[in-house]
Structures are given as structure tokens and as C-alpha cells.
Design a protein. Structure first.
Lengths: 304, 304
């Protein structure tokens, strides 16, 4: 078995990815009883680290999970995973699991919560060289797990609906899938939020979706650039009739969707609003108010 | 960290539970992209091993997962986990995960599916000494993940709805929770199916639930004992007005529910139909048409 390069923090130690392993009895595995967050590092700087850490803490609290370290120390651990790996660009994940209960008791309160962090090479939903061509997606009949079952604002690993959506996409010659809600309106895709543009106005689903940090960033950048934007119900028909569609994810930023259900979106090429937001997004990576040097996070959160 | 006793099979080797670990990059962890099944051993005999293995194979196929061994060899591995552990009674789990993709590609087709099996001491939702008192549950407002999102007949680890239901139960002084569907009808609880009895007639939800092997066993035993039973929509009101309620799980068999939302079910004691089914259930464990000696499974599925 080969593993990606990188460094993990697990059970209080830093290890290479090949040694980063959790017990099969961890409820994070056996019940997907865990939350996580992913922040990326670009050219030696974390992008919006504070926003990711804040969301992670809020998700943990909602699941009655206790982070065993301070937020500053968490940032220090994430930074140390990156520096030990020697990455300039990285995909950095923090995970808090329910953990193992020594007696295999089914009571989640008996388990010892476990923090795992790791840095691996930057991962892309759409690689930079594929960006001009854009992403081809299908609108899937699979319903996104609804918010009255699992709170989508608590970032979680309940992905079987997405995975089945991906196989649906592959069967139909596309690269990814957008799931819908019980009313057939747009929800989200595997690892991304979706936006439509029609006559210069942007829309994105307001409910039943992860409040992605890149989604939030796109909303802020649209405001900054003066593009009107609504968070509301967005029908599948609107996506099919849109001038532009784009998706947002830590794994690739802002990415154009140029085909839906095998039909071109608009003229089938990246649209001007998507391009403007995409360029602004990457420019922000050098802005100190949006990013943190890995070395600074390391210095601020040393081992106790 | 202490772990339960027992033996696991992972990456082709048998190891103690303390060493049974999977990569944190396994999609079975990072996306809960896995299926599993649990069979129990009682007094040296597997109970309905063939039914569990058959369901496991069907679940794997639905998720586009490939079992790396034959069904006979799988049974042999499960048996070897038990004999190496020296257990007379055991909880035996088989798991098939999407696995790791060496490049961390997001395409599930790039991952190497991984089989993990383990035997640990028998686990109970309700211990035998608690059986007369019965289980106290709440009917939770949390909706069970619906079947148009994740197929519940494919046994899966998407349990955050159940885990939140458990915390809801603890807050309300109960031991467990029964989740409902979008119409407010009964669905299932964490690891169990539910049955109601009213005027001698048994009912259990037909849809949106795992088709549990113990559920199926209870249905067959009801037929054998001459108790009429319907698989249909069962309202929450019916549970509250029932003469008897019981739940079924590999982790404990058939177990009476004697309190719902802090109110007694019937007279608050185990009812006669529950008792008859429970006794028949345990009697079947010595019946060769319902059970398989661990030694026989071991002999039938040797290492290739």
C-alpha cells in the first residue's frame, strides 16, 4: 500500500501519513461520529485559518465533542504538520472523533474524543490546467441528506449520497454531481457548494447545505466586486438556464461548471463573473487580512 | 488507551484489537464510504451466518465495492477471529471500505477496497439482567436519514442522526431513542428495529429502515408461533398506545421496551408476546438450521 506524502498528528505524536492510523473501534469510523474541517495552505500561507478553526470548534460543540487542546495549539499543530512535510501548498485536515470506549460501550459519553490532524499535497476537484474547460456535472435524483436528519452546517463525513451521486455522474459521462433536496431544488455536491449566475445576478442555495468557507468567501468577494447575490432557494431549472454556474470548495477554490447534464452552461465557456471572482479569490491568498503565514501559526501555538 | 479483548483481520493479517487500525486516509473513515455487517456467536455457534454474509455481499455490490475474498473464505476469516480470541460468545463484525487511493484522488474508483473483520466480546443494547425491566426510549424529533438519500437496506455507518437521538434520550432520562420519518411515523433506533403489539397483532415499519436480520428473525418466529404480523407504516401514536413494544438487534436479540417518553408501555412490564418471541429466539441458537458451529465455518473457509 502506498500513501500520499505528508505528516499527521495522532495520539499526540507527529508521524508520516503511512503511519497515521486510527483504531477500527473508533466511533468516528464505526458510526461516522466525528466532525472535521479542511484549510489549505498556498505559497506558505494558510487561507482563512481563523474561520476554519472557528467553524470546527462550533461543529465539535454541536456534536458534544471536546477538543483536547486550545484553538491556538490546534493552529500550531496544523502548522507543524505542514512544516514537517515541507509543503509550500497543502491540504490540511483537522478531525475530532468520538473515539474509542475501552469497554465498547454503546454510550457515546464513554468514549475518549480524539484529535487527528494531517497535511497532504493540495487536492483539487478541478485542476488548474482543467480550469478553462470547466467542470461537467449532472443534477442527480439522489437527495442530499436533509437538515432535519443531519445538520449540514456541522461538517461531517456522511457522504454515501455524494458517492452514489459520483457513480451516477460517471455513468452519465460527467465528472461530478449536484444533489437536490426533497423539493428538487439545488443542494450541494461532493465537497462543494454551487452558485448560478443569470443576467448578472448570482444565487446560491441558502438552506440544507454546508456553509462552506469558500462559499462564504465567494459571497464576500461578490459584494466587494459589486455583483448582486442572493442566498435563497435555487431550482434545478435555474441551473439549466443559467448564464454561468460555478462551485466553491477548499479543494480548488472557485471553479466554473461548463456542462450540466451534458448540455453547455451559457456558451459552454467560463463566464466573466466566474472569472472575476476566481481571480480575486486567488489574489486574496497573499493578503495578510485573509491569510496567515504557516510560520506565524507555528509560533503562536507551541507545544504546552 | 485500552481496547476490548479480541482479534481482528486487517490487511491480510490477524492482530489483537489494540493493533487493528486503518489509515486515516481510508475513504471508509473520511467519507463513511463503507458497508458492514455484524453476526453474533453464542455458545460457540454463529447465528444465521449465511443470512448476514448474503446481506453483506448485496450491500457491497450496491456500493460498487469488491470483496477481495470468496464468501466461504470470509466465513473462515470471521471464524478464525473468534477462535483466536477464545470467545464462546462474541460480536463479530465484517467491514468493507472504499479504501485508500494512493494519490488521494477523489474518484472512488481509484481506491483499493479493504476488508476488515473483528471479534470482540458480545455487546448488548440491553443486558440480560436488565431484560425484565426493559428499555426506556424516547420518540425523537430527529428524522432518520431518508431512503432517497442513503439506502437503509445497505447497512451503513451514517449514524449522526442516531447519535444526536441518543443525546436527546439522555437529556430526557431515557436509555435510547427511536427516530421517525418525514411524516412522523416510526423508523428505527441506533442499531435496532422496532415492533409494536396491539390486541395480539404485531406491526413493524416496512420502509426507510434496515432490514435487520434479527427483525427478519422476529417476523419468522412470529409466523412460527402463530402471531399475526404486518409490515406497514406504523405511527408514533400507535407506539404510545401499544400493549407491548419490542426492539430487535444483533446486539441483544429481541428486547422489551417498557417506557416511551417516560410513560409505561401497557402495564410497564414485558408483555406475553415479547416474552414468547424472546424465548423462541434464544432457543433457536442451538438449532442447526439457524446456526453454524464456529469450527465448521473455520473448516469450510481455510486460507487459500
Amino acid at each position: 500500500m502506498t500513501y500520499p506524502a505528508g505528516t499527521a498528528y495522532i495520539e499526540g505524536r507527529f508521524v508520516p501519513m503511512s503511519e497515521a492510523k486510527i483504531s477500527v473501534l473508533d466511533w468516528g469510523f464505526l458510526h461516522s461520529d466525528a466532525t472535521y474541517d479542511v484549510v489549505h495552505v498556498w505559497k506558505g500561507r494558510f487561507f482563512r485559518l481563523d474561520v476554519h478553526v472557528e467553524r470546527f470548534l462550533r461543529s465539535a460543540e454541536r456534536l458534544h465533542l471536546t477538543l483536547p487542546v486550545s484553538p491556538q495549539r490546534l493552529a500550531g499543530i496544523l502548522a507543524e504538520c505542514v512544516t514537517r512535510s515541507g509543503f509550500e501548498d497543502a491540504y490540511v485536515e483537522m478531525v475530532l472523533t468520538r473515539g474509542v470506549s475501552p469497554t465498547f460501550s454503546r454510550d457515546p459519553r464513554d468514549a475518549h474524543n480524539q484529535l487527528i490532524c494531517f497535511a497532504i499535497p493540495f487536492g483539487w476537484i478541478l485542476k488548474p490546467e482543467q480550469r478553462e474547460a470547466g467542470l461537467s456535472v449532472v443534477l442527480s435524483d439522489i437527495r442530499r441528506i436533509p437538515p432535519d436528519s443531519v445538520d449540514p452546517t456541522v461538517k461531517n463525513y456522511h457522504w454515501l449520497d455524494f458517492v452514489m451521486g459520483l457513480y451516477d455522474a460517471y455513468d452519465r459521462g460527467a465528472q461530478s454531481a449536484v444533489l437536490t433536496d426533497a423539493q428538487g431544488n439545488l443542494a450541494e455536491g461532493p465537497g462543494f457548494n454551487i452558485f448560478t449566475v443569470r443576467q448578472g445576478r448570482i444565487a446560491t442555495p441558502a438552506r440544507g447545505v454546508l456553509r462552506g468557507v469558500t462559499r462564504q468567501t465567494a459571497i464576500e468577494l461578490a459584494t466587494e466586486r459589486g455583483f448582486p447575490l442572493d442566498e435563497r432557494v435555487v431550482s434545478a431549472a435555474e441551473a439549466l438556464a443559467a448564464d454561468e454556474v460555478f462551485v466553491t470548495s477548499t479543494a480548488g477554490g472557485i471553479m466554473p461548471v461548463t456542462r450540466i447534464n451534458a448540455n453547455p452552461v451559457g456558451d459552454g465557456r467560463m463566464g466573466p463573473i466566474t472569472r472575476a471572482l476566481l481571480e480575486t479569490y486567488w489574489a486574496k491568498h497573499e493578503d495578510a487580512s485573509w491569510s496567515t503565514a504557516v510560520e506565524a501559526a507555528l509560533a503562536a501555538g507551541p507545544a504546552p
